[in-house]
Structures are given as C-alpha cells and as structure tokens.
Write a protein that binds this ligand. Sequence first.
Ligand SMILES: *[C@@H]1O[C@H](CO)[C@@H](O)[C@H](O)[C@H]1NC(C)=O
Ligand SMILES: *[C@@H]1O[C@H](CO)[C@@H](O)[C@H](O)[C@H]1NC(C)=O
Ligand SMILES: *[C@@H]1O[C@H](CO)[C@@H](O)[C@H](O)[C@H]1NC(C)=O
Length: 503
Amino acid sequence: MKLLTSSLVGLFLVASAVVATPAQHAFVAHHEALNPSSASSEFPPARSASASLASANKWTKITTMEALPNYQLRVKEPKLCSTNSTQYSGYLDTAEDRHFFFWFFEARNAKREDAPIILWMNGGPGCSSFTGLLMELGPCRVDKGGETLSFNKYGWDDKAHVIFLDQPLNVGYSYGKDVFNSMEAGKDVYNFLQLFYYSFPEYAKSELHIFGESYGGHYVPATAKAIHEGNVEHSAKIAGGQLGAGEGEKRVLPLTSIGIGNGLTDPLVQYKYYSQMACNSTYAPVLRQDECDAMDSSYPTCKRLINACYKWKNALACYPAEMYCNQVLLAYQRSGANPYDVRTPCEGGNLCYPILADIDKFLNMPEVQKELGSDVSKFESCSQKVYTGFTLNGDWMKPYVFEIPPLLEAGIRVLIYAGDADFICNWYGNKAWAQELEWSGSQGFGSESDHEWAVDGKAAGEARSHKNFSFVRVFGAGHMAPYDQPENLLDLVNRWVSNKPFY
Ligand SMILES: *[C@@H]1O[C@H](CO)[C@@H](O)[C@H](O)[C@H]1NC(C)=O
Ligand SMILES: *[C@@H]1O[C@H](CO)[C@@H](O)[C@H](O)[C@H]1NC(C)=O
Ligand SMILES: *[C@@H]1O[C@H](CO)[C@@H](O)[C@H](O)[C@H]1NC(C)=O
C-alpha cells in the first residue's frame, strides 16, 4: 500500500481515513452520483509546473508520433546516478495537462539490443517510484543525510533496461490533473511506451516486463490490461489492413510478463490473513492472541463488504469496505511494530524507514531537479492528497485480480513474489489468492508443490510455478524486498526475465 509502498505513509493515512468526517462520506455519495471518474473538484487545485524550472530545462529530444497527436515525449540525458551507462529522464506530456515523469537506465551488463525492459512502479497510492529507484532496486542508493548517492551493484539494471515511472499524476515529479483510479493511467502508459520504443529504435527487440510493488498490485494488472488490449486492437488493424494515417509507426508492444512484489491485488482473500501474519507467522508474534481473534471475528463482515465492492466496483460500494476492513491495520499500527516488517519496530516517524527522508531531501535539491529535468519544485515521497483521493474513490478494495487470468491465457507470464516478514501485504494472503485464482492452469498450480529457490547454494525462498504462473516467497524480507535482500531479488528478477526456472 503505499501502503503498500508508501505504505509507509499508507498506514498513517489509513488512520486519517478511518476517522473520515460525515462530510467526506457525503462527498463520496455526491461525487459518485455526479461524476464517477474524477474526484478532483473538492480538492485543492492540481499541481502545475514551476515556470522558472520548466523554462530552464534543456531537452535533448522531443518525440511525437502522427498516430498519437495528443502526446509527446521530452527527454534529456542526466548524469546523476553512479552508473556509466546511458540514462534518460523526462516527461510524457498529454494535451490534457497530464505530465508523467520517468527515469530510464540502460542495462550495465547486457547487450543493448538484447536486454529486456522492466517498467517499475511503486505503490501508495501516491508514492513515487523514486522509492524503488533510490532505496530498493535502482543502480544507486541515497546516502545517509540525503546529499549524495552510492552505486548499488544489485540494481536491476544489471541485465535489464529499467524505467522508473512516476504515476498516477501528482506523484513524485509528475503533475497535472488529478486522477484517482488505478485504471485511468493505463492508456497513458501504453502511449508512453509507444513513444519510447519509437523514439529509441535500439530497444526494438527488448521484451517488456511490467513490475510493481505494494499498491502496484493494482497498477500492474491495470497497466498490463491497457497494453494487452492496445496490442490486440493494433494487431487486428494490421491483420485487416486497416491502419490509419501514421499508425504504421505504432507497434505491438512486446509485453512478455508482469511481476508484483508484496502487492495488494485480491483484497477479498488477502484481508483474511492479517491475523495469521500478526500472531502465527514464521516470526515472533506481534499481537496477543485475543487481538488476532478480534481480527478473525471481524473478517466475515469485511468479506461481505468487499464482496459488494467486487460486485459493483464503484466508490459507494467500495468505500465502506475500506473503512471497515482497514481497522485491522490500525490495531497493528497501535502495537508500534513496523507494518512493513514484523521483525522490527516502526522507527523514524510514520514512514518507519528513515531513508525515505533522505530521498525527499535529495530530490528537493535544486541542482538535482535541474539535472533530472523536473518541472516541479517540490518532491514528496508520498502524496497524502493522492492517497486520500484514491481512498475516497473506493479504488483500494477493487478487484484488479480479475485482470490477471486474461493475461495468463494470452501467454503473458505472471510472477507474484512476497517478502515473508511483511505484514501489510503478507505472503500468506498473496499465496492464498495465487492458489485461488481461476484460470486454465489453476489445478496444476494447486497440485504443484513448493520448491526451494536457492541463490549461491543458499535457500533464498520457496517457489511454485505452473505454466506461465509463479509464486515466490522470499525469506528474510519485508515489504520492500529488494531493500532487505538485494542480492536475492536481483537473482529472482534476472531468472524471471530470462525465463529460467526458480527450481
Ligand atoms: C565508471 O567508470 C569509471 C571510469 O572507468 C570507473 O572508475 C567506475 O568504477 C565506473 N563505475 C561503475 C559503477 O561501474
Ligand atoms: C499456526 O500455524 C500453523 C501452521 O500454519 C497451524 O498448523 C496452526 O493451527 C496455527 N495456530 C493457530 C492458533 O492458528
Ligand atoms: C506460456 O504461454 C505460452 C502461450 O500460451 C505457451 O506457448 C507456453 O508453453 C507457456 N509456457 C509454459 C512454461 O507453459
């Protein structure tokens, strides 16, 4: 949640959501009646570019495509993160005032033309993908104090090109109109990738993998759905000889897999497992048995509310489920334990990870913003406004899990992995929904057993694969698994993108 990743901030925000005022409840009903897709009218105005910053930016390339008249890609080549390979940063702009920031790193140890592309998104909702970049899996990590960066030899740019994308809007350096729905950005991301591949033909053969963490368990299926549907439509036009003006510049994007780490994807199943993680995990219990019994006795009501959300998929049906079910998270939060890691207390403020303050400091330095080409002058690791917007919109409990079977049936590989010390998107809940997922390989997945996944001869976790679907439990890692077990997570991702088995 940002929670997932922002989780960090997530829980803190959950607390404020649970005490939502009657006015906010009324707002949801009102907004639902009037305008199901945008909650922006009752919020402060959306962020916009700082005129002085934006005019000072020097772009090395601006790409447009005839088939995408309302989009452009602005790119520069920053020199910041301690890698010697090519970097690009910049924005996807839309005619409707949406500006998505990205930062790309070319693979350090692979041939440019052969390496796959991984698109990475953090969660929240409302947290910047710079968390992944500067704390987890990027080629560099922010140093204590937030003024410098150090090389991270376990960066996922080892064998893959990696794009860190700030979405939804008004997260990280992205800005523009507010959008509080995980589905909404999908089409923009599809067009971003079209422009990216068009602009950099040297990656034409690079297979595409969409990865995310935490609330990314919503974004990743939503994004992959948009890409897959765009591909199906484009293929049909090619087959029917119906390409319109300029559409020959577009391509069938080489979507090969998706990966979700410690995600929130199927809340109906996942909310059942909080008590097990808090009282009866493979680590020491965090709560007393009576507190876990209380969690269990609230699950039937929670389940009924989430079922209604799954049925209606709108704010009116989904918001009550959030309000009711997330009280489980509050009980945990009161214990003082880190919701992202049952092994540790929450230290360093609401975020539980002091390094996040260093990331904030680094990305607020004017010289850093200038080098990266940021149009905005204020960076926050997690945006409370975006979080609240998503919450009020009921997005949290919606069933993004339903988007996964069509991907599997289309031959797109799906990886679900989870650090086994995380509470908030714990491995029990993730493994349970993976086993309950209905697709043509359900039975085979159910009867497959768990196997050791080893790195350098040492047990790194447990994996289960059937056909194109894998679940991996990562030993000794919390919510941000690549932060806790960088070497093992690099092994995991390198195996996955090169289609090598875990066991
Ligand atoms: C980058 O290149 C310099 C000069 O060749 C070298 O000293 C440095 O170790 C390289 N950095 C990385 C991360 O490979
Ligand atoms: C704790 O977990 C174990 C293993 O999953 C299970 O056999 C046992 O029944 C659980 N105990 C309680 C009190 O739930
Ligand atoms: C993955 O899906 C593709 C397309 O359906 C299929 O050809 C391939 O055999 C599958 N892979 C495995 C390991 O089953």
